[in-house]
Every structure is written in C-alpha cells, then in structure tokens.
Design a protein around this ligand. Structure first.
Ligand SMILES: *Cc1c(COP(=O)(O)O)cnc(C)c1O
Length: 398
C-alpha cells in the first residue's frame, strides 16, 4: 500500500529531473511559481540578496532568456542581467518604459508620425497622469531642439516610421538628447536588429513589438526593451508592478524566431526592394515610399545607419485615383492578404487612411505627407516575382 493518499500522490509525482547537460532547445518554464529550500532563501530572493526565481510575473527563465537574446543582437553587454526586459506586447513595453521615465508634470518629445498605439497612450492615458507630449517633425532637428523644455525627460524616436518609411537620424537625435540630459528611446520594430542596431548610434533604450519581425510568423504577441543597465533596472522594477510580463510559451516562440531573424529579414528586405523597384516603374503608381529606392528622401541616411542592402521589408505604394483606388487595389489582390500587422511569412497589405491612420482626415493626412490612396505592403517570404505579378494584375484591374 502506498503511504500517501490518491490525491496527494496525484499532486506530488516524482520530481522532474534537472539535467546536468545544457539542452539545445530553450526549455519552457511553464510555471507561475517556484519553491525554495528554506524560508530564508525565499526572503533573500524577494530582497534581491540572492539571484533566482520566485514568481513568473517578476522573472521567468524562458522569458528572460528571450529578452537577453534580443539584447545581445542589439549589441548590449549582456553580462548585466537587467539589460533585456520582456513584455506581453509591444505596447506593454512602450507603456512601461514611458511610465518608468516620466512623472506628473514631465514632458516628452515624440515624432508626429509615431505608431498609433503610442500616440493613443500619450494623448488618452498618460495625459490623465499629468504627462504632456509635443509631436514634432523629427526630421527637422531644430524643431526637435525647440520642443525640449526644462521638464522634458524623454526623446522618442522610431528607426523607420510608418507609412512613409522615413528614417530617424539616430546620431543627430542622440546628440540632442545627450545635450539636454534626456533619455532617448527608439521603437525599432520596423527595422529589427537585422537592419539597424540603434544602441550603436547612441540610443539609450530600444523597444520592439516582437509580434512583428522578431517572432516573424504572426503566431505570438510580445514586446521587449533593451538598453543601458541604469535605465533598465528601473524599467524592470516598474514592469514588475505594472504586470506586463511576457508568458513563457510566447517567449519560446519569439526566441525561436530569433535564430532565423537575419535570414528572414535579409529576404524580406531584398524582396521589398524588388517590389518597390517594380512598383516605381508602374504607370498607375504615383508614388512609392521605400528607403532602398534612390528617390527616397532618406536613402543616403539609411545607407549610413542600416546594414548593407537591408532597408526594411515594408513598401508603401500610392495608386492614381485616391482613397477608392487604394481600397480597390487591396481588394483585387489574390495572393497578398488584407490583414493587420506586418512582418511574418505571408505578405499583407493595409489601406493606410482607413486603418493605421484612420484618425486623420484628409487635411491631417496631407500635413503628415500621406496620400489618401496609400497602401502599405508588408513584403513576406514568397517569391518576389509572384508578389509583383499579383500587384500588377490588381493594378491592371483598377
Ligand atoms: C505593432 C507595433 C507596436 C505595438 O506592438 P504590439 O505587440 O501590437 O503591442 C508598437 N510599435 C510599432 C512600430 C508597431 O508596429
């Protein structure tokens, strides 16, 4: 007869072995809590007197491994274990970092083409807590300098901005940030570390929506922030209290995505340039925004900051005929899906004026340099000839 009852034996099976060999795959620590060898060990861990794990909202080995892997790709010294912090989404990373670097009365300087979620966070959430924001044309360095106030704490940037694919002048902006004693935070989602590593250009903190190129398969949601240890220690502290930690299952998928990130992104970029080049020659296309084209305003800057031949995987095209033509182009595609988000194996399109920039009327779109007919193409891993053929048949049918 077993000495313990059925339920006790069901709850307490023999412990899983802890291997002495290093697993080749990343183990998924799907556990919310950890146990300790003594009450003292528990107390020491909570006081940060002992390194280790207590609760997966605080730290989880799988999620931490993912964040540190991104930090390594971004060129941060990963000897310090706080430099990479993982989040449940890109917006969890953005909201935590912004809250960590501001307080009631603080002010942030933000590019006017900033991601819609970040715009909404600043104008409908953080404004209620006394944080104000100035939205500036960040290609105008004098305008950025002029927007800085005594109460400014953060300069925000985006390596590549949606949908015009403008490129941030990271070295110049980081010099402005340093002179003014600000923290320079850059959302590098559209670039990924396989195109540009903003830390090398003086940026303090880099953020990604890992949902996009880092995960790369449109099957996991997550975010990550990496940067200088002094800043990231505070971000980690606030992440724990705000609660937006990345779950271990998602961390596993995102971590697996990293192994093929340079391979995938290189192909996304080459195919995007092929699509952009073909579209620039099409008689029904009035404008193509892609920094790999010599006609793009930031082509030379991209050449300086980006890895050779890699200009991102997104192309924005504008067909003649305005808003209706943009929507009709999306509808006539057969291979490319009309879908939210970007990156991922499958090519996708979205009509900018009715989706990512729907809050802007035609006047505001014009002020932001966006045509009402613009269509954003996230170029996937298909054969680029097939993508061009699909776009051409859709344009011919307009
Ligand atoms: C998608 C995206 C985000 C938000 O990321 P989520 O993972 O959806 O929360 C932030 N910034 C940029 C540039 C994005 O494209």
């Amino acid at each position: 007869m077993p000495s313990r009852g059925e339920h006790t034996r069901a709850v307490h099976p023999p412990a899983a072995p802890v291997p002495g060999q290093v697993p080749m795959g990343l183990p998924v620590y799907r556990t919310a809590a950890f146990s300790f060898s003594s009450a003292q060990e528990y107390a020491d861990l909570l006081n940060d007197d002992l390194a280790g794990y207590s609760y997966s909202r605080v730290d989880n080995p799988t999620s931490d491994a993912f964040a540190q892997a991104v930090a390594a790709l971004e060129g941060v010294n990963v000897e310090d274990e706080v430099v990479g912090q993982a989040f449940a989404s890109g917006m969890a990373a953005i909201s935590t970092v912004l809250m960590s670097l501001t307080h009631a009365g603080a002010h942030v300087v933000v590019p006017r083409e900033v991601y819609g979620g970040t715009y909404g966070l600043l104008t409908t959430v953080l404004d209620r807590f006394g944080v104000t924001a100035s939205f500036v044309d960040s290609t105008d360095l004098d305008a950025v300098r002029a927007a800085v106030r005594p109460e400014t704490t953060v300069l925000w940037g985006e390596t590549l901005a949606n949908p015009t694919m403008s490129v941030a002048d990271l070295p110049a902006l980081s010099a402005i940030s340093r002179e003014a004693g600000l923290t320079f935070v850059v959302d590098s989602t559209f670039a990924s570390p396989a195109v540009c590593r903003p830390i090398e250009h003086g940026v303090d903190v880099v953020i990604h929506s890992a949902t996009k190129y880092i995960g790369g398969h449109s099957d996991a949601t997550g975010g990550v922030a990496v940067g200088r240890p002094e800043v990231m220690a505070k971000v980690r502290h606030d992440r724990i209290d705000l609660g937006g930690m990345l779950a271990p299952d998602e961390a596993f998928l995102l971590h697996r995505g990293l192994a093929t990130l340079p391979l995938r992104v290189d192909r996304h970029c080459r195919s995007a340039l092929a699509v952009a080049t073909a579209m620039a020659e099409h008689p029904r296309i009035t404008r193509v925004d892609h920094p790999g084209l010599p006609t793009h305003r930031d082509h030379a800057l991209a050449g300086k900051l980006f890895d050779a031949g890699r200009y991102g995987g997104v192309v924005t095209v504008t067909p003649e005929g305005g808003r209706e033509a943009g929507m009709a182009l999306c509808d006539r595609l057969r291979l490319v899906a009309v879908a939210t988000s970007l990156a991922g194996t499958h090519s996708k399109v979205s009509h900018v004026a009715t989706t990512t920039h729907r809050q802007l009327d035609d006047a505001a779109l014009a002020a932001a340099g966006i045509d009402p007919g613009a269509v954003r193409i996230s170029v996937g891993l298909e054969d680029p000839e097939d993508l061009v053929a699909d776009l051409e048949q859709a344009l011919d049918a307009l």
